[in-house]
Design a binder for this molecule. Structure first.
Ligand code: ACM
Ligand code: ZN
Length: 516
């Protein structure tokens, strides 16, 4: 019935009939304010879907409270962890039990899905009644006992807002959709060659210059200049909105490559120091910070200090992918650093660069850094999370004893086409075919990884790079329904994977889960 599929779901005899008036009772002492938030959201759904009048109050449920929905942190079954919950439907009441806020929130999402399911599948034998404006109503829910918790703690989605810019409204809506799928990380790719999207007060040109490119990036209509950025106030609102919905927003400030936008704003941070433009080209480009100047590092540290103020996330993503080989070869300052620190090759210089910034993140900002797995052969950095996107990167990281997020591109890059027909239509040669069923079959644990290292795999993120995703309609086209399949790969036990069963559930839940 639900997506992602829960750990256990027993259906039982009987049903809970929605009375004309439903009381939502809160007996959740660990965080009463949060229980109120979950209850108010749920009250909305119950009102609309059952037609019942709904009230919310803090109260001990008693025998006389028949027809109540109870949210509680009492009598939670053992072993469900921070994000797990127990949802029971009995003839007398519906009970959502969780030890922690995330579990309570997810119990609410699951109850909402049960209502959606019931609404879609009520048979005419039960004759759904209709409201005045013609909508079917849920009269009852079958009795059930659901115990649920996720397979992985890291269940993410990466949004590239640099190549194409999404409105605050769209990002907010996406957060609702991620939450409904029990995804808990929004990795926000905010800087790249084609645009810098985050207001930084200490370096205003990052957005006054770096957020705008001349048109030509494809699909942007006839605008002379394309771009946009998020103000710090907007970011704070998005982060708070996501937090209530159990989503940590993790900013990515990319380095040392993919930085033509930053270098257009501050050319002195490049090796050559020459003025350049924010690019409207895609691909592996030359925008690399100079590794040989102290001002590069003071700039990055100052930027990250502001970023850390805006994003309370315990993790900051530092990028680290796709530096074009040879980019530092002709720079005297870079070569001097190589000599001074006995760095034998370019990857060693990149590792030195990334480690210097990671050290600031770990020791000054007290956060964990994340970097793409490109440099893993040069040796991982203690305490860092390695974000694998090419095959073997996550395996190598785990074998070095490092935590890793496995986003191997051929399984989870949702900018790739889902059909042969789309693949044939003028797609870049680096794209692969990624049908719904392939996403559904993804296992975040890399094949061949030794079982005693599995705990290093924190989970996965599905990625949406947006070079070829210029509009909101394109974005939805790429995400749905594949992101729904992805959600099940990071939440549900792998033993319960069943694509036909998933497709049946998708038929019922799709319209609710991908509201555009
Ligand atoms: C990546 O796809 N370059 C991380
Ligand atoms: Zn240099």
């Amino acid at each position: 019935m639900m997506i992602p599929r829960p750990l256990t779901h027993q259906t039982q005899q009987g049903a809970f009939a929605f009375p004309p008036q439903v009381s939502l009772l809160l007996a959740y002492e660990s965080d009463p304010g949060y229980a109120h938030f979950v209850a108010e959201e749920l009250a909305q759904h119950i009102r609309v879907k059952s037609g019942s009048f709904v009230t919310v109050r803090v109260a001990e449920p008693s025998e006389s409270d028949r027809g109540a929905v109870v949210l509680t942190d009492r009598q939670v079954p053992d072993g469900l962890g921070d994000e797990g919950y127990n949802l029971t439907v009995s003839p007398d009441r519906i009970t959502l039990r969780a030890d922690h806020n995330a579990g309570l929130f997810y119990a609410g999402q699951s109850l909402t899905q049960l209502l959606n399911h019931q609404l879609a599948t009520q048979t005419t034998g039960q004759t759904p009644t209709t409201t005045n404006n013609g909508h079917a109503l849920v009269r009852e829910l079958p009795c059930a006992d659901i115990k649920d918790k996720p397979r992985f703690p890291w269940r993410g989605f990466m949004l590239d807002s640099a190549r194409h810019f999404q409105s605050v409204e769209l990002v907010t809506k996406l957060i609702d959709q991620l939450a409904a799928l029990k995804l808990n990380r929004l990795h926000w790719h905010l800087t790249d060659d084609q645009g810098w999207r985050l207001e930084i007060l200490g370096y205003p040109k990052l957005t006054s210059v770096g957020a705008w490119r001349s048109n030509g990036g494809g699909g942007n209509g006839n605008q002379v200049s394309y771009g946009g950025y998020y103000t710090q106030e907007q970011v704070r609102e998005i982060v708070a909105y996501a937090k209530l919905r159990q989503i940590t927003v993790i900013p990515e400030i990319e380095m040392p490559a993919h930085n033509l936008a930053a270098l257009a704003a501050y050319p002195q941070l490049s090796c050559h120091g020459q003025p350049s433009d924010v690019t409207n080209q895609w691909g592996l480009l030359d925008g690399v910070y100079c590794a040989g100047q102290d001002q590069t590092f003071s700039f990055l540290q100052n930027v990250l200090d502001e970023v850390a103020e805006l994003f309370p996330s315990p993790y900051l993503h530092l990028g680290g992918d796709e530096r074009k080989p040879g980019t530092w070869d002709n720079c005297q300052a870079c070569q001097a650093v190589r000599d001074k620190h006995n760095l034998t090759d370019e990857p060693a210089l990149q590792k030195w660069f990334m480690d210097r910034v990671a050290d600031h993140v770990h020791t000054r900002l007290n956060r964990r850094s994340i970097s793409w797995g490109d440099n893993i052969d040069a040796g991982g950095t203690q305490g860092q999370v390695v974000h694998g996107w090419l095959p073997e990167q996550s395996t190598k990281a785990a074998r070095q004893g490092l935590d890793t997020i496995n986003s191997t591109h051929e399984w989870v890059y949702l900018d790739y086409p889902a059909t042969e027909k789309e693949l044939a239509e003028d797609k870049p040669d680096w794209m692969r075919l990624l049908p719904l069923e392939k996403v559904y079959q993804f296992d975040p644990i890399p094949q061949g990884l030794e079982p005693d290292l599995h705990h290093h795999v924190l989970g996965s993120e599905a990625h949406l790079w947006t070079e070829h995703v210029p509009t909101e309609a394109d974005l939805h086209h790429q995400l749905w329904p594949r992101l729904i399949a992805f959600a099940e790969t990071v939440w549900s036990p792998i033993e319960l994977r069943d694509f036909d069963d998933f497709k049946n559930r998708l038929k019922v839940q799709e319209t609710h889960l991908c509201l555009e």
